[in-house]
Design a protein around this ligand. Sequence first.
Ligand code: 3HC
Length: 330
Amino acid sequence: MYSQGLIGADGSTEETDRFLEAFQARIDAEEKIEPMDPMPEGYRRTLIRQIGQHAHSEVVGMLPEGNWITRAPSLKRKLALLAKVQDEGGHGLYLYSAAETLGITREQMTDELHSGKAKYSSIFNYPTLSWADMGAVGWLVDGAAIMNQIALCRCSYGPYARAMVRVCAEESFHQRQGYEIMLTLCRGTEAQKKMAQDSLNRLWWPSLMMFGPHDGDSAHSEQSMKWKIKRFSNDALREKFIAATVPQAEFLGLTVPDPDLKWDDGLNGGKGGYAHGDIDWDEFWRVVKGDGVMNRERIAMRKAAWDNGAWVREAALAHAAKRCDTLAAE
Ligand code: 3HC
């Protein structure tokens, strides 16, 4: 089914060169690439890697917040958090479906997550220690996700771009519910405001890490930007996020935990925007490679959920098979 669409990226033949040029011309002309279109093998593999990791992030991302559903401080808070966590599961489904259009199965992707081969966002390997973390996760983590995903709505691959439009609409609700939790805490008692500050202190730097390594260390950015899978570099999106988020922290009356954060108006030859302190890249890579505080627990929880759901998948498949038999007999 997909073989017609795959062209080797060896660049050895004139025909291949012509194909790659024609493909790039479609990308440059802002045409969307659709599942049955011919595409370079590298383009297909890059998308499977990124969309698969993105899907895993949505689904693993349900865990740190799911832990707080039963501890939400009111029925209203519980409903909003429950809806948010369910939305993330839905995002995972759109994304797994988008990846499946590229010729990989959900089972293969799940195996890769469980075996540690496929990555998922580093941010979900940090613990959520207090109710304020539900505010900070919505505000910062969903805020960072939106900054990245708005650009992905214009990704050159049609199914991914279309999935992102709906995901972004829902993420913006998530960001607002998180910010509103922070606002309530910051207008509350001293102890509540302290809790909000503590949460910002712990989640600020991991949120900046979500955008990935600096541009010079990003293995995939250059090619992904040429193919218009990514529209902005990791650093460009990180800087946009900082510029949008620092005034929000100021409005809350909270302090961003970065003594080197400094506004540069660009009038004296600087590049403008916020200059910020160094990100701890050793910590980032440790977490990405599986050695964060929560990596092992997150994967164990995902495996348990997959195993516990085996009977549901079997029942659904048995029902589908029976339905096919009935239709064939009619
Ligand atoms: N966490 C884990 N791994 C990361 C990472 C992070 N924050 N940032 C980068 N990496 C990995 C990359 O996947 C790549 O690993 P690989 O070669 O084994 O695949 C390696 O580090 C080098 O990074 P690159 O910059 O070269 O990789 P990319 O070009 O793929 O850029 C990205 C990284 C910006 C995260 C990009 O993949 C992307 O935009 N992905 C889609 C968005 C996404 O996955 N978001 C997850 C956020 S959470 C979320 O959306 C859930 C919501 O509910 C909050």
